[in-house]
Design a protein around this ligand. Structure first.
Ligand SMILES: Cc1cc2nc3c(=O)[nH]c(=O)nc-3n(C[C@H](O)[C@H](O)[C@H](O)COP(=O)(O)OP(=O)(O)OC[C@H]3O[C@@H](n4cnc5c(N)ncnc54)[C@H](O)[C@@H]3O)c2cc1C
Length: 369
């Protein structure tokens, strides 16, 4: 660490109280910055992240622009009341519209190649079909969309088609938002780890000892939040994903869900398949903020690709990675003020592509209320 007293010039220009500092440069944090700066163009807004680029989930996810499969909603019914589930679907649906309008479909590689939940177990399928009506009603109530879920068959599997679901390129999404924020005049500090937050005073103490003051703070650190605010109940959940090398005549070019959303796969362009999930196989080990590959899960997904998806012999993984999600006990995200000067938005529970911008916009308003 470099120890040096402040120069006159540093004190005047650099060492100033910001109007708003946001911790976390993922989709949520950068969306707070975006909408706040648009509403308050003359104010100084800074986003801080510990990574060289954002290294949470926003650049490491699977790029599903989705609002839930039928078995995912069925699992949610067991832990949350109906009105909260409908509210979350509304936020996801609206969030996707907002994301597309704000960034532009072409800039984020948005497309709708056809979406399905596929089944291998007859009993689970029958149970899911029994829930079609309620799920369609929820989508109608939340988003005004009709008959979103319909029984069908896909690639020889019993399936439920999902209208309006799409996919995007998370890297392009984050790059576009970053460029828009730079144009608006948002400042960024990369590789800057926050060690401590004094939320009442709106003061941040950085790992390098520097203290930053702001009029207001917003904390958007998702799965890493409990490290900074120990009373916040968000559990990390590591997700594993791989993308294959091009596969000739790949038949899985849409977006797919399996087993309550625990497995997901999609065409990733150029005849490549992206496959991820299966965290449920080793849930305790995967409750971690450490990046890395769990060989048990990786081998299981390889078998799933061979035995269930029947990828042609000789297919290969091109690249694999992990990312960390943040789960609240009910999967509903946290959006609240934790002091007069500080707002917290975190715990997007694996749904942040859809929720991140919407929650960021709501947080940009909450922080000034
Ligand atoms: C493998 C995987 C697949 C997923 N697939 C999908 C999907 O297909 N569709 C979907 O909707 N969602 C998906 N998600 C979830 C989605 O990516 C997240 O919900 C969303 O990106 C969360 O965004 P965020 O900005 O809130 O958090 P993050 O993107 O995690 O950002 C938090 C940021 O805070 C920074 N930070 C943390 N602590 C500190 C600190 N002390 N000091 C400074 N900076 C700090 C981190 O570096 C990070 O950049 C997936 C997630 C994973 C991991």
């Amino acid at each position: 660490m470099i120890h040096a007293e402040r120069s006159f010039w540093e004190s005047e220009l650099y060492d100033r109280t910001y109007d708003l500092i946001i911790v976390g440069a993922g989709l949520t944090g950068q969306s707070i910055a975006h909408f706040y700066k648009k509403a308050h163009p003359d104010e100084r807004v800074m986003v801080i992240d510990r990574g060289f680029f954002p290294i949470g989930a926003s650049t490491r996810n699977a790029g599903f622009a989705c609002f839930g499969s039928v078995t995912e909603h069925m699992a949610d019914m067991k832990i949350e009341e109906e009105s909260r589930i409908i509210e979350r679907i509304r936020r996801r649906f609206n969030g996707l519209q907002l994301l597309r309008e704000t960034l532009g479909d072409e800039n984020i590689g948005y497309r709708e190649p056809g979406a399905y939940e596929v089944f291998t177990d007859k009993k689970v399928y029958t149970e899911a079909l029994e829930h079609l009506d309620i799920c369609n009603r929820w989508l109608n109530e939340a988003a005004g969309a009709d008959q979103v879920y319909q029984a069908t068959e896909h690639n020889g599997f019993p399936a439920i088609s999902i209208e309006h679901e799409g996919c995007l390129h998370p890297g392009k999404m984050m790059r576009t938002l970053y460029e828009k924020n730079l144009k608006l005049g948002v400042e960024f500090r990369w590789q800057t780890q926050v060690k401590k937050i004094e939320e009442t005073q709106a003061v941040l103490i950085l790992e390098n000892g520097i203290e930053l003051k702001a009029e207001r703070l917003a904390i958007a650190t998702n799965s890493f939040t409990s490290k900074l605010l120990s009373s916040v109940d968000i559990k990390p959940g590591r997700g594993f994903v791989f993308v294959t090398k091009p596969i000739k005549d790949l038949k899985w070019n849409g977006t797919y869900h399996y087993d309550a959303g625990y497995y997901y796969f999609r065409g990733a362009g150029e005849d490549r398949l992206l496959l991820g999930g299966a965290r449920s196989l080793d849930i305790d080990v995967e409750t971690t903020t450490d990046f890395g590959t769990n060989e048990k899960i990786k081998n299981h997904l390889i078998s799933f690709a061979d035995d269930v998806l029947k990828l042609p012999k000789g297919w290969e993984i091109e690249i694999e990675w992990s990312g960390i999600m943040g789960f609240t006990p009910t999967k509903s995200p946290i959006l609240k003020r934790i002091s007069d000067k500080t707002a917290l938005v975190a715990g997007l529970s694996g749904m942040g592509v859809a929720l991140g911008m919407q929650l960021g916009k709501e947080a940009s308003e909450l922080v000034v209320e």
